[in-house]
Ligand binder design. Structure first.
Ligand SMILES: [Mn+2]
Length: 309
């Protein structure tokens, strides 16, 4: 795992159904993200915020809201993430809404093709984010990034980064899912997406879930985590636009992050959908920073060494 981190703020809610995730990057900074990482001996460069079009708050056009603006933000983000990876640094994308997973992960996939690396994407989310315009009446693109990455959607989006599809569905593991539309469910099954939903976590436990989700990761694997903060139970993480009850508890989320850290293969990260307008005294941002700290090796447990694969 590289210990050179670049923070990339992407202050937009262009793909969301509620305004406010555009303030997410600053809330994570205020919650001390850079300082917490530096306390673990990690060198952090805050690249500031990317720039892009304002949110015009329009209804869908041909099934998509703000398509040109979503293309613009994701194209800029794609180049920024790819440039950091090319420098041998680990990008942490501070969203912004989850439509930005498209620009981020398409860049990670491009880097993996160039570097001859295997890719594994962990999608931590309450939602499958596998919608298409024909399935979703809202047209909010933050519900579509996994489908777009897998090649389903308009060419202006699926072609970002030059290779469509950007990824194969087989590299994705979705964890924490508890809200999937009926048509979306069918597409997820057709794509063969591996989903560990809350029922699975309830029945099998987070430890077994993560063992399964991390299975097959080896020394040549680039592990990307796309962390939608609505993954967490809203009791502990109210500051998101689309809360769904019944998510992972504090300890379950910590274990999830600790087991990812134990692989020593985390190479890029998205932190998405934090919405300070809906938060309470920045507690969701502070919790996100606490969990990110665990991703980078803070262990709550009294262990002399953590197991490394
Ligand atoms: Mn999401």
């Amino acid at each position: 795992m590289t210990h050179l981190i670049s923070l990339i703020g992407v202050p937009t809610d262009i793909g969301a159904g509620a305004r406010g995730a555009s303030m997410g990057p600053e809330a994570l900074r205020v919650a001390g993200l850079a300082q917490v990482l530096e306390s673990h001996g990690i060198e952090v460069a805050d690249r500031g915020n990317l720039a892009g079009p304002a949110n015009p708050w329009q209804p869908p056009v041909d099934g998509y809201r703000h398509l040109p603006e979503v293309v613009a933000w994701n194209t800029t983000l794609h180049e920024a993430v790819h440039a950091e990876l090319a420098l041998g640094r680990m990008p942490i994308v501070l969203g912004g809404d989850h439509c930005l997973g498209l620009g981020s992960i398409s860049a990670v996939a491009r880097h993996c093709r160039e570097a001859g690396k295997k890719l594994r994407v962990l999608w931590l989310d309450a939602h499958a984010d596998y919608n298409t315009a024909t399935l979703t009446p809202s047209g909010n693109i933050h519900g579509m990034p996994v489908a777009l990455l897998c090649g389903h959607g308009p060419a202006a989006l699926t072609g970002i980064g030059g290779t469509s599809p950007a990824i194969d569905a087989s590299v994705v593991r979705e964890i924490g899912i508890r809200s999937v539309d009926a048509g979306e469910k069918r597409l997820v099954h057709e794509a063969g997406l591996e989903v560990f939903d809350m029922r699975y976590i309830d029945e099998m436990g987070m430890r077994h879930t993560m063992e399964q989700a991390l299975k097959g990761i080896d020394g040549n694997t680039h592990l990307h985590v796309s962390f939608d903060v609505d993954f967490l139970d809203p009791e502990i993480a109210p500051g998101v636009g689309t809360t769904v009850p019944g998510g992972p508890t504090y300890r379950e989320a910590q274990l999830c992050m600790e087991m990812i850290a134990d692989t020593n293969r985390l190479a890029s990260l998205d932190v998405m959908e934090l919405n300070p307008a809906l938060d309470v005294k920045n507690r969701t941002a502070l919790l996100a920073v606490d969990l990110i700290e665990s991703l980078f090796g803070k262990s709550t447990l009294m262990r002399k060494t953590s197991p490394r694969s």
